[in-house]
Design a protein around this ligand. Structure first.
Ligand SMILES: C[S@@+](CC[C@H](N)C(=O)[O-])C[C@H]1O[C@@H](n2cnc3c(N)ncnc32)[C@H](O)[C@@H]1O
Length: 324
C-alpha cells in the first residue's frame, strides 16, 4: 500500500506555480497578496511565516513603521480569510531596530491579530546562540513565534512533538498508583522556550539567503498544528523551509516569494527533499555543548587565571609579610 507521502506526491514530483486545491506543492513566484487572492476561504489549516522585519535586508525596502504595519495587516487579513476554522497562524519575528533602540515586532503586530478576532495560544521564545555581537546592549539571542487560532476548537497534537523527560521511567513508589509511571512515558510537553540552533554559516541548511529559519523549527509546528494532507501556507517563503517541513510529514505546502533567486532556491530544496537528498539538522539532535564535548578552552572569564593579576596579588602578599 502507498504511504500518504507517495500518494500526495505521485504527480512526477510536480511543483506548481499557481494554487489549486488539486495540487500538493505550490511555489508562487510573486507577491503574496496576489497568491492569497487565488486561495479559497477557509481552505488552509496552518499559516506559518517569518515576514521581512523592515530592517533593510537586501530583499526589503525600509519603510516607515506605520506603512510596514499597514502592509503586514493586509497580508494577515488575507491569511485569516484563507484559514480554516480549526486552523492556526504562527508569525515568527524578531526586533525592528530604530537608531539603536529595539522595538519587538510581536508587540506591535499583536493588535492586528487580536483585532481580527484571533486568540493567542502561545508566545514561543526561540532561543539560539549565534548572531551579531552587540557592544552597546546584550547581544540578541532569541526571537518569538506568536501562535494564534481562529476559534477555540483548534487542532493541537501534542504526542508527535513530545521531548524526552528529565527523569524518564520514574514511577510512583507508593499509593494507589505505585509502580505506574509518574510522568508520560511518551515524553513531556516541549514548553514555550525552544532552544534550536539558527541557520548561520556552519549550519548544514545554510544557503545564500540571509535569514532562513531551520526546518526543525517548522517541523515541530507542522506536526502539532496540522493533520496529514492539510495545507500549510507561507506567504514569505524565502528558501522554501515551510513547504519542506510540510511535505516531509505528508502535508501539502504553498508559498510565495518575490525574489527570483530565492524562488529557484526554494524549488531546488523542495526537489531535494522529495528525492531524499536535502541535508537538514534532525529534530532530535541535542544542541552542541562545548563543556560536555570536552573543550578545555571553555571557561567563564572570572575563573581564568590572569598571570598579570596573579603576580600583582602575590607581590602584595609578599609585601604584607615583609611589613609584619
Ligand atoms: C525573512 S525571509 C523568509 C525566509 C524563510 N523563512 C526561509 O526559511 O527561507 C522573508 C522573505 O519574504 C520575501 N518577500 C518580501 N516581500 C514579499 C512579498 N510581498 N511577497 C512574497 N515574498 C516576499 C523576501 O524576498 C524574503 O525572502
Amino acid at each position: 500500500m502507498k504511504t500518504i507521502i507517495e500518494t500526495l506526491f505521485n504527480q512526477n514530483n510536480k511543483i506548481a506555480n499557481m494554487f489549486a486545491l488539486s495540487e500538493s506543492i505550490v511555489v508562487y513566484p510573486g507577491d503574496c497578496l496576489d497568491l492569497l487572492k487565488t486561495i479559497p476561504d477557509e481552505s488552509i489549516q496552518f499559516v506559518v511565516t517569518s515576514p521581512p522585519y523592515n530592517i533593510g535586508k537586501e530583499y526589503e525596502k525600509r519603510l516607515h513603521l506605520d506603512l510596514y504595519l499597514q502592509q503586514q495587516a493586509q497580508v494577515i487579513a488575507e491569511c485569516v480569510r484563507a484559514l480554516s476554522p480549526k486552523g492556526s497562524i504562527c508569525w515568527q519575528v524578531g526586533n525592528y531596530v530604530d537608531r539603536g533602540a529595539i522595538i519587538p515586532l510581536d508587540t506591535i503586530l499583536y493588535p492586528i491579530f487580536s483585532g481580527l478576532g484571533l486568540r493567542m495560544r502561545n508566545r514561543i521564545i526561540w532561543h539560539f546562540e549565534h548572531g551579531l555581537h552587540c557592544s552597546r546592549r546584550f547581544s540578541g539571542r532569541y526571537e518569538t513565534i506568536i501562535w494564534f487560532t481562529k476559534s477555540d476548537d483548534y487542532v493541537f497534537n501534542l504526542d508527535p512533538v513530545r521531548i524526552p523527560q528529565k527523569y524518564p521511567g520514574k514511577k510512583y513508589f507508593k499509593g494507589p498508583k505505585a509502580g505506574q509511571y509518574s510522568c508520560n512515558p511518551l515524553g513531556k510537553n516541549p514548553g514555550d522556550l525552544w532552544v534550536i540552533p539558527n541557520v548561520k554559516s556552519n549550519h548544514v541548511e545554510k544557503t545564500e539567503h540571509p535569514c532562513q529559519f531551520p526546518v526543525e523549527l517548522i517541523e515541530r509546528l507542522v506536526l502539532s498544528l496540522t493533520n496529514e494532507r492539510d495545507w500549510v501556507l507561507d506567504p514569505f517563503l524565502g528558501t522554501g523551509t515551510s513547504v519542506i517541513a510540510a511535505i516531509r510529514h505528508g502535508r501539502r505546502g504553498v508559498g510565495a516569494e518575490t525574489v527570483s533567486k530565492y524562488v529557484e532556491l526554494a524549488r531546488q530544496r523542495i526537489r531535494q527533499e522529495m528525492e531524499g537528498t536535502l541535508r537538514t539538522r534532525p529534530m532530535d539532535r541535542p544542541v552542541y555543548d562545548p563543556v560536555e564535548a570536552g573543550n578545555s578552552l571553555t571557561a567563564v572569564p572570572w575563573k581564568r587565571k590572569d598571570p598579570k593579576q596573579m603576580t600583582l596579588f602575590e607581590k602584595r602578599m609578599m609585601y604584607r609579610k615583609e611589613r609584619r
